[in-house]
Design a protein around this ligand. Sequence first.
Ligand code: FMN
Length: 325
Amino acid sequence: MNAEKVNTQAGKIILAPMEGVVDATMRHLITKLGGVDLCVTEFIRITGYVLPEKEFLKSAPELARQGKTPAGIPVVVQLLGSEPELLAMNAISAAKMGAPAIDLNFGCPSKTVNKHRGGAVLLDEPALIHQIVKAVREAVPDNIPVTAKMRLGNLDKSLAVDNAVAIQEAGANSLAVHARTKVEGYKPPAHWEWIGRIKESVDLHVVANGEVWNCEDYQRCKELSGCDDVMIGRGLIARPELGLMIKSYQLGQSGDGAAWPQVVLLLLEYFSFVEQKLPPKYVHGRIKQWLHMMRPQREEAEKLFFSVKTINDLSDLRACLEREL
Ligand SMILES: Cc1cc2nc3c(=O)[nH]c(=O)nc-3n(C[C@H](O)[C@H](O)[C@H](O)COP(=O)(O)O)c2cc1C
């Protein structure tokens, strides 16, 4: 694969990495629906040693199938850590296993991660960010893109451009920017105009991310950020067909969402996958988690969530979903 080609196609929609939510099952179901051009794994935390293959496969089972979802959509492997050489060695392993690209996480707000000098706190140290990206870029074969994902800063936005420049000068192929600082958490708004400011300051492929829930948000995000490519997280979980809606909206078509029974069928399919993967006591939680994340975008999900909230028996839960069809 040619790094240039991977990163410069216009108008890509990228399914954001979401730890505990966007696992291989979710990537499979969403990319099967269509409209998504690229996925990124949940972060794989790198501390102290080179992970064995089986650890990479836990987060990225797609590595056993040429780094793609069954629908053929590439899945980038995301690493999180603060030790340049160690990250580089792990990146080499992931690349050898078939990762189509390596992404580096500079945005995780988790207290545990930040305490160990990982994720968003690194945004206080552009020089270290530069060292990390450089070490990984130099270690990984040229034909495998190395990308980064950052927030606008840790406590404030004062180093946003410095960090982007550090990432560019270290040789990254692309940079996704979640348009908020760590302290801004997930609170709206996302500062898309700041992505635009970053984009104007670097000569690097920039992907816009944050708070895109519908076609209008997508359009406005593109206008304010100046980016062609947009990464979407919660919006695609709330409306798994959002990628398709945006693609038809771009063609001047209506961009209508899926009918509720189609969404319920997807939830039922998810149910079956989760049942195969997790012990029974964890299954209802995952189904309710997805339904809960659909609530802001769908009245039907809001209603169904309240009627299944206290149901833990899996047959009862399935029956409730089936009644929606
Ligand atoms: C539950 C959850 C887990 C996340 N896990 C990751 C992660 O593993 N790696 C990462 O770079 N970002 C992670 N993020 C951040 C998202 O990728 C994205 O930047 C953020 O949700 C903003 O985009 P959105 O408004 O489209 O959701 C996570 C976000 C959420 C809500």
